[in-house]
Each structure stands twice: as C-alpha cells, then as structure tokens.
Design a protein around this ligand. Structure first.
Ligand code: JCQ
Length: 237
C-alpha cells in the first residue's frame, strides 16, 4: 500500500513513520509511505507557503500554489484527503475502506487554515480525527496512517488479531491479563485460568458487553438481545 503525505513539517512525520510497526512494514515492502515537503515546490527565495487572508482578519492562510504544484508533480494515489476539523469523521469503518484501496494520500494544513480552492479543486474529500483544533494536520495524518496501516495484510504479523477484532466488532475490548497470576493482592479472574475455553469466550463477551453498555452505549445503539442478557446473568459483575 502506498500513502503519500504533503506537509510543511516532514520531520514531524519521519520519526513515527520509521519507528515501530510502520517502520517494520515499510522495510518489509508492505507499506510505501512517502512524505513530501510542500516547501520544495515554492518559487520565492523565502520559500513562503502562507499569506494574509483576503477580507482581513487574524492569522495566516496556507497558499494554494505550492500544494497544487506538489500534487501535480508527484501524482499521488487517490483519494487525496485533507485533514481538517470540518471533515468527515475518521473511524474504524473509514480505516477499513482506505485499507482496501491500493493507496491514498493526505494533505496537512497549517496556520489558521488553508485556501479553500485546495479543498474544492485539488482534494477528493476532508477527514477529521475528532472535534478539537490542532495546530496542523500532521498529528491527525499520523493517526490515519497508523490506523490504516495496521489493517494491511501482514503488517501486524499476528493474523489472528483480525479474527479477534470481528469477534467483538462494535464493542469495547474485554479486559486482558498476563502474569503474575496475583499482583499486589489483585488476582487474575479465575475463569481465565480454568482452561475451559467455551466459558472463557463467554466471559470475555460478557465483559465486552458490560463495558460497552456502561461506557459507550452509543456504540451498541440497541437493546441487549435475550442471549446477551443471559450472558451478563451468567457472569454477574
Ligand atoms: C483534524 N480534527 C482536527 C489545522 C489548519 C485545513 O486547515 C487546517 C487543518 C488543521 C489540522 O486539522 C485539525 C483536525 N481533525 O485541526 C489548521
């Protein structure tokens, strides 16, 4: 999968992209992340990428010229998506959609905003990672790259994890434990050491359901089925 990122802070992305999961996927040839410095396509001695807003007002606006030139020179994979708080919310469904494509590209804005003609005539859509304002799109781009990259076959190295995800699709995760069996007086739930795999699976599902109901009822968005209610009754909190 190829992912191109257009930014005026390429160094912001280099570290995270080279490290950890992403770096390994890259060196194994599964992931081709290309970070482009938009300033390389400026044509003035100051390498300017911003200017004052038409109509007045505070702050600076990212100018369209270098971004258009960069995208036209590179011909990045589409869709080309602009990170912006006003965009369509990025979620796990959107991550799956992007992971199914051969590639996609991201534009990071900076300053108070970006000339509207970039969104209207260069990009294919806008993506938001949440309802807060960032200083620029770079942190949001990293969120998108990581969430998509881990869904690319082979990147996680642990293909069973994908199955695991569908088992609890749409629910919060069940709690996990590792050794020691007792830590500072807090024991691991007995069921997990029972060796009864049917019971362990039912317990995990009951925990995921109970957590989701308590913390994120919006994710469930419906009443419990009788089978789910029975599961909660089998494992009282
Ligand atoms: C993304 N949630 C918040 C910052 C200007 C498009 O122009 C700009 C974009 C940004 C970065 O995006 C966000 C964001 N998802 O702030 C400044």
């Amino acid at each position: 999968m190829r992912i191109d990122v257009f930014t005026i802070f390429p160094d912001y992305l280099a570290g995270p992209v080279d490290a950890s999961l992403l770096g390994r996927a890259r060196s194994r040839g599964l992931l081709d992340v290309r970070v482009h410095d938009v300033r390389d396509w400026t044509d003035d001695p100051h390498r300017s990428v911003d200017d004052t807003p038409f109509g007045g007002g505070a702050g600076m606006v990212m100018t369209p010229g270098p971004l258009f030139a960069a995208v036209e020179a590179v011909a990045p994979p589409r869709p080309l998506l602009l990170l912006a708080a006003a965009g369509r919310r990025f979620d796990q469904d959107r991550a799956r959609e992007l992971a199914a494509a051969p590639g996609f590209s991201l534009v990071c804005g900076r300053y108070e905003g970006i000339d509207q003609r970039v969104a209207d005539h260069l990009c294919d859509g806008e993506l938001s990672v949440g309802d807060y304002v960032l200083a620029g799109g770079e942190a949001a781009a990293l969120v998108v790259v990581e969430a998509v990259a881990r869904l690319v076959p082979g990147v996680m190295g642990n293909e069973a994890s994908a199955d695991q995800e569908s088992f609890t699709a749409g629910l919060l995760e069940y709690p996990q434990y590792t050794r020691p069996a007792e830590f500072r007086g807090w024991p691991v739930p007995e069921v997990l050491r029972s060796g009864d795999h049917g019971r362990i699976e039912r317990w995990r599902r009951a925990q995921a359901l109970r957590r989701t109901l308590a913390l994120r009822p919006d994710l469930l968005g419906r009443p419990l089925t009788p089978a789910e209610q029975a599961l909660l009754d089998e494992f009282p909190a």
